[in-house]
Design a protein around this ligand. Structure first.
Ligand code: NFE
Ligand code: MG
Length: 517
């Protein structure tokens, strides 16, 4: 029996630790831990509720738009403006969020995951004329691989030419991500941390020059998605096709739905381009009931008050709690463990009958002669993310042309309320919910339940491990000293620990000693 501890898991955002107990080469037990405490939810208490849409964006620099929007949806309801969002306001929110999906997914595949499959050392004796690849060669010649570690000698399967082409796309992706940030900022004001997302809509005016600036950038991103991202995912899938059978997880999925097509006051009745629902492993979808969402802290370093609905949720740290091993809570839906993210969303679109998504998913499965079960895997997650990037980028172009210059994008509302509101939609990494309770014009309680909290959360009171833990349990590990299978599984979820814990002590106290190695 051997215990593998990966701490921190690098090339994910934030501080994540994974422990696995391996017996006869197979993982028997797994623990996923968030190793950092923050405090964003508590910072909001007693402030002007409108501050939430600015402050929550500081949860994370990769998906600030998602948090700003979730806060705005919750505030829309609290201020009673949720049924009065103008078409411009709705479309601008979709465009800001859509452009952020594109930047986040490109970042994930190339900068955070591709080097699990692409050997950057293939550039060590590069003799071609590409100046960027020559820089990488010179970088390697200086004797260290810096941002390109860890590496998996012994399991790189692309040819030398394929590796070199993929590394050049890695470099190009850095420029594409900058372009995608600019695309978000056209209507978001700046990126990260948008200024235009507010309760009641968006403060940016959709002028003709801004619409053109948005579409011109999105066209270039689509060109990159078509010519590099999708072909590279397919190439990786063809060489590492065993990863269609690795990392299945809990096989139950949830999407809150994203990209509003109308402004129904009830978020659960809104028509959304990517639909809302719970999808089972036999591809049946049921309606989402947000009352069934709870968070448990049995294995988390927080005071335990049982399973709590987010309106009544608490975030009170207890670093000495026996049995706890994470700063991440355990969200559950009707007591069930659910996976969230691009795979969940593409399954929801697939089951709801979206012809384009069905065609693309069936195309990938057909190419690899695989059944739907193959989707519940490391490669299923990468493929779903790539497919989603393509369809969302294309839709953003279409939606931008529906904007009406000169028409309002913001609806005013009354500030003096005692009320509450729920903001559900999808961040790039999955289902995101914010819940606010307002009393006498001040925030009384605020809870965010975030995608990586769903995916990377620890074991609950019933003994059910979280989705990433379930994905790791049962995995065959070839070399316990270089457990690349486990890291590939974890990174297929694109975990973001900044988001997952979103809870910094005001005085910066030492809350624990962290193993780094
Ligand atoms: Ni920090 Fe985030 C996304 C949100 S993930 S990136 O996507 O919400 O937990
Ligand atoms: Mg929370």
């Amino acid at each position: 029996m051997a215990k593998i501890v990966i701490d921190p898991i690098s090339r994910v955002e934030g501080h994540m630790k994974v422990e696995a107990v391996v017996e006869n080469g197979v993982v028997k037990e797994a623990k996923s831990s968030g190793m950092m405490y923050r405090g964003l939810e508590n910072i909001l208490i007693d402030r002007d509720p409108r501050d939430a849409a600015r402050i929550v964006q500081r949860i994370c620099g990769v998906c600030p738009t998602s948090h700003g929007l979730a806060a705005s949806f919750a505030l829309d309801e609290a201020y009673g403006v949720n049924g009065n969002i103008t078409d411009n306001g709705r479309i601008l929110r979709n465009l800001i969020q859509g452009a952020n999906f594109v930047q986040s997914h490109i970042l994930h595949f190339y900068q955070l995951a591709a080097l699990d499959y692409v050997d950057v050392a293939a550039c060590a004796d590069y003799t071609g004329g590409d100046p960027e690849l020559t820089k990488i060669k010179d970088f390697i010649a200086r004797g260290h691989l810096g941002p390109f570690v860890p590496r998996y000698e012994g399991d790189y399967r692309l040819s030398k030419e394929e590796n070199i082409a993929a590394v050049s796309h890695y470099v190009k992706a850095l420029n594409m991500r900058r372009l995608a940030h600019e695309t978000v900022a056209v209507f978001g004001g700046k990126m990260p941390h948008n200024m235009s997302i507010v309760a009641g809509g968006v403060t940016a005016a959709p002028s003709v020059d801004k619409i053109a600036a948005f579409i011109w950038r999105m066209e270039q991103l689509i060109d990159f998605i078509d010519s590099c991202y999708i072909p590279d995912v397919l190439l990786v899938a063809s060489r590492y096709s065993d990863y269609f059978g690795i990392g299945a997880g809990c096989k139950q999925f949830m999407s809150f739905g994203v990209f509003d097509m109308d402004s129904d006051p009830d978020l659960t009745k809104r028509h959304r381009y990517i639909p809302q629902g719970i999808v089972s492993s036999d591809l049946k979808m049921t309606r989402l009931d947000p009352n069934k969402i709870t968070e448990e802290v049995q294995s988390s370093w927080f005071q335990d008050h049982g399973a709590q609905h987010p309106y009544d949720g608490t975030t009170i740290p207890d670093r000495e709690k026996p049995g706890a091993y994470s700063w991440i809570k355990s969200p559950r839906y009707d007591g069930q463990v659910l996976e969230v993210g691009p795979l969940a969303r593409m399954l929801a679109s697939y089951v709801a009958g979206d012809k384009q998504v069905q065609g693309m998913i069936n195309g990938v499965l057909g190419k690899f002669n695989a059944g739907p079960d193959a989707l519940f895997s490391v490669l299923g997650r990468h493929a779903a993310r790539a497919i989603e990037t393509k369809i969302v980028a294309e839709k953003c172009k279409e939606w931008a042309l529906q904007l009406q210059p000169g028409q309002p994008s913001f609806t005013d509302f009354n500030l003096d309320v005692t009320s509450r509101g729920m903001g559900l939609h999808e961040a790039p990494r999955g289902a995101l919910g914010h819940w606010i309770v307002v009393e006498g014009g001040k925030t009384k309680n605020y809870q965010a339940v975030v995608p990586t909290t769903w995916n990377a959360g620890p074991m609950d009171a019933k003994g059910q491990p979280g989705p990433i833990e379930q994905s790791i349990i049962g995995t065959k590990v070839k070399d316990a000293k270089n457990p690349f299978e486990l890291v590939r599984i974890v990174r297929s979820y694109d975990p973001c620990l900044s988001c997952a814990v979103h809870v910094v002590t005001p005085k910066g106290e030492d809350l624990g000693r962290f193993v780094v190695g």
